[in-house]
Ligand binder design. Sequence first.
Ligand code: APR
Length: 320
Amino acid sequence: MARPKIALIGAGQIGGTLAHLAALKELGDVVLFDITEGIPQGKALDIAESGPSEKFDATMVGTNDYADIAGADVCIVTAGVPRKPGMSRDDLLGINLKVMKSVGEGIRDNAPDAFVICITNPLDAMVWALREFSGLPHNKVCGMAGVLDSARFRHFLADEFNVSMKDVTAFVLGGHGDTMVPLARYSTVGGIPLPDLVKMGWTTQEKLDGIIQRTRDGGAEIVGLLKTGSAFYAPATSAIEMAEAYLKDQKRLLPCAAYCDGEFGLKGMYVGVPTVIGAGGIERIVEISMSKDEQAMFDNSVDAVKGLVTACKGIDESLA
Ligand code: APR
């Protein structure tokens, strides 16, 4: 059987890391696409040249032509620009919305059967716009945020408790931004929920609140340290985890930005929710129950996403 084809739209920091990880894990043959000439070609060649040492069987192609992504099984989208000093959120929204239009049309015309994972920010609005522009089925287009936010939460918790990250599970829902909702009740160490660990004296509520806030600020913390860019290792790893779940029909339960049409009382919008990812794409949305406080945080996050989508509709009339 032919190897799966993985198209990476955007060959920047995350795109290059995605290509390297996909090769190391032998998930399939990789096509790196970017509008900048030379970058995708150079990164593809560089990664291909690591093959003899790593002994992976995967081809690497760098391109500026959408025709080369033809028939891709998975597309991971990082194309866009990050927010620069002096740029408002609406400025960024306008620029990346245009990028989503060209990427959506490129995928629609060349890889309409792909499972599409969007990473470009502001995530929940961009994945919605990408789906609109591409016209692909809603279950085949999703956004990567929850896996990354949960991974950050799990890392901080494992550090706090001095236990293996393998035994820490965590749930983060809602939009990918300041309003995200880390759910302590559904987060565990070896199956023991965090509120119980507080009662057992493993940590204090104050420290746990600090970790939850650090999770919310996780992206900004990295930007503050790097100064010239945003996180790329963990975002790439998170998207690869989702791509692998699809390609290997793993039916993983992963939080991601998925299209809710009735679920959680939402009507036709993308937001971070627990999902099952397998060969059918987003196969199921898992409707967990929330306490009054959790629901209020989730509603606040949903409102923030709705605001961004409304702004998108104001910028591009074809989306209204
Ligand atoms: N089509 C294809 N590629 C594009 C387009 C376009 N229309 N516009 C920009 N690009 C490319 C750029 O040339 C660049 O190589 O997208 C790439 C983005 O790479 P980086 O600037 O290195 O950004 P990265 O760190 O990879 O993050 C990408 O993910 O987490 C989000 O906020 C982040 O939106 C950003 C995205």
